[in-house]
Design a protein around this ligand. Sequence first.
Ligand code: AP5
Ligand code: MG
Length: 224
Amino acid sequence: MGAPGAGKGTQAKRLGRARNLPHISTGDIFRWNIENDTPLGRRVKACIDAGQLAPDDLACEIVADRLTEDDCRDGYILDGFPRSRGQAERLSEMLRERGESLDLVINLEVSDDEIVHRLTARRTCPHCGRIYNLLFAPSEDGVHCDRPTCEGVTLVLREDDREDVIRERLQVYHSVSEPIIEFYKKQGKLCSVDAMPTDRDAISATIEDLVNSAPASCSEGTTS
Ligand code: AP5
Ligand code: MG
């Protein structure tokens, strides 16, 4: 969990690679559907472009579907889901139905001003999904993806990374998504991590430690 731009995608991808677990980002799935002009993409495009949440039932349906795939048998990392009380309750039901339990909820903490700063400088590879940042983690030439398999692919700015839309997303986050932190705190599943430092490796190491010691690592405080 974490506000838009807190580093969920960056850290979830790293954790997924380190643990060989699938990284499931509802935002990425919605964006794929928008880019490919699917019926789902057409339904959610306007609200996503405006910085609003997609309807709960659609978000829950895509997660429920994705979890039926084989690669989720030994676990998975959810990024950007759940982000409303309704989604959190539906996830509890899905887990019950699957005979699973949540290991840990990692909440990345970053100030709103830092988020605006980071997101206006984010660039993403439309081919492989790698996330760059013009200020903190640029590609070699600042324009193209560095991966050999993406030679010549130009990095793009996400439609919802304009400052007015970022402010709207932050407002939605504080009013609808942030309250579910309490829901997971009460379950003793929440770990908050200080994600303000620009050293991503240090943040990844903190997360790795928390995952290794879960559930004992869950606490009320913030880990740096
Ligand atoms: P989603 O794609 O999930 O967007 P988000 O939550 O707004 O988060 P972001 O992806 O923008 O940021 P992030 O936390 O992944 O940060 P990142 O690692 O990229 O959702 C998009 C939209 O889809 C939503 O607005 C909503 O409409 C819809 N949606 C999605 N899920 C939904 C759901 N469950 N229900 C309903 N609607 C849903 O990092 C950001 C930048 O910072 C990058 O440039 C990165 O390089 C840089 N960075 C990362 N870490 C650091 C660091 N430590 N220091 C400096 N820079 C850093
Ligand atoms: Mg993301």
